[in-house]
Design a protein around this ligand. Structure first.
Ligand code: HEC
Length: 363
């Protein structure tokens, strides 16, 4: 290997790699600081910028899968069918914009680098015309690094040495590094801004308020969800009596297994504790909604337990339907009527086929 004609070789050694005995050829290591070599080096640097960008894009894309968290739900995720996902076009646009920004940035960096090469070349020519030696400007990052650390070079440490000497351990009077001080002042500024924003002007919500906001948002969403699935939850508001024999039969089973008979007699005719459930007189209303509520919440002060706490809503519904079905049966020795006479309104809802079928689905 030989050096360019306008540069001096750095060292000359015998090339011992080829085993040719005493007549080794000379091995020359070049300085590579001639203009031609430096230009080559710069060009190499400009070209190599592409690779980190490609690697970054690849790494970012390959980690996308990691963001899709496992929610533990069986619902389809984006990755099961990305094309038909409702948010596909939004993701697509985001990725597209991201790639455009990345390309623009990389083109800008390359243009800057090329411009830099020309500027440096011009400065070099100017310097050689003026007959002065050209000093390349320091890279901004190196400048920043040196400013941020403001380290006293090792050779100058003597100047900042304190007079103390503890068994040979000496002490330097170094300043705190500027990056550390910058962080410290930053925290002070942050604290002031935080105070103003969160405590004086209340411009942003505090954690507690944020929590309440999120809870109320979740409640609204839950309400919307509930409204879209009206029969998913059984309560007074979506209850319509139906004479469905299957439900009534199950209700009878619940009535028997829960020992309702101990206070209402096994046939519902009532005893010394509980009232007659087969007559048209009701203490708490004879509408299906009232009966459901009475059984669910109980009348605890009058010894009627709150069954909603110990049985499912479905069981409460079924037993309420069973109690309803007792209406009109004439029982022997039934307890005398208590409460008010209930006159049923003409029932139109039960004939609403969609509601009945919805109810049947919910069995
Ligand atoms: C420990 C006794 C007891 C048991 C067990 C009991 N009840 Fe009652 N229940 C009562 C009493 C007492 C009342 C009357 C409450 C009042 O006076 O306000 C009542 C009232 C009711 C009412 C309202 C009646 C009306 O006139 O408004 C219904 C419906 C009812 N019970 C159903 C049931 C069902 C169904 C069960 C079983 C799942 C059951 N009860 C188990 C004591 C009981």
């Amino acid at each position: 290997m030989s050096c360019h004609k306008d540069e001096k070789p750095l060292v000359m050694t015998m090339d011992t790699s080829t085993d040719k005995g005493p007549g080794h050829p000379l091995k020359i290591e070049c300085q590579h600081d001639c203009e031609r070599c430096q230009k080559k080096h710069r060009q190499k640097k400009v070209i190599s910028i592409k690779n980190p960008i490609l690697v970054t894009v690849f790494l970012m894309l390959s980690s996308l899968r990691v963001w899709a968290q496992d929610t533990g739900l069986t619902a389809k995720t984006f990755w099961d069918d990305p094309i038909n996902h409702p948010l596909f076009h939004i993701y697509f646009i985001c990725v597209f914009v991201f790639i455009v920004i990345l390309l623009t940035l990389s083109v800008a960096i390359i243009v800057m680098k090329v411009l830099n090469v020309f500027v440096e070349k011009a400065a070099l020519e100017k310097a050689s015309k003026l007959g002065v030696s050209y000093v390349a400007p320091q890279h901004w990052w190196m400048k920043f690094w040196q400013n941020a650390n403001a380290m006293v070079p090792l050779a100058e440490e003597k100047n900042i040495e304190l007079a103390h000497n503890y068994d040979g351990i000496r002490e330097l009077d170094n300043h705190l590094p500027p990056w550390w001080k910058g962080l410290f002042y930053g925290t002070i500024v942050f604290a002031v801004v935080y105070m103003l924003v969160f405590h004086l002007f209340d411009s942003l919500p505090l954690s507690e308020e944020e929590y309440h906001n999120e809870v109320s948002l979740a409640e609204t969403q839950a309400r919307i969800l509930k409204a879209s699935q009206p029969v998913a939850v059984i309560d007074e508001n979506n209850l319509n009596f139906t004479n469905d024999a299957a439900i009534v039969a199950r209700g009878r089973l619940v009535f028997m297994s829960s020992n309702c008979g101990s206070c209402h007699r096994n046939d519902g005719g009532g005893n010394t504790i509980g009232p007659n459930l087969s007559d048209a007189y009701w203490l708490h209303g004879g509408e299906i909604k009232n009966i459901f509520t009475t059984i669910k919440n109980g009348v605890v002060e009058k010894a009627m337990p709150a069954w909603g706490k110990v049985m499912s809503q479905k069981d409460v519904r079924d037993v309420a339907f069973y109690v309803m079905s007792l209406q009109g049966t004439t029982l022997q020795n039934a307890k005398a009527p208590q409460g008010e006479l209930f006159k049923p309104k003409p029932d139109t809802t039960a004939r609403d086929s969609t509601k009945v079928s919805a109810l049947m689905n919910n069995k």
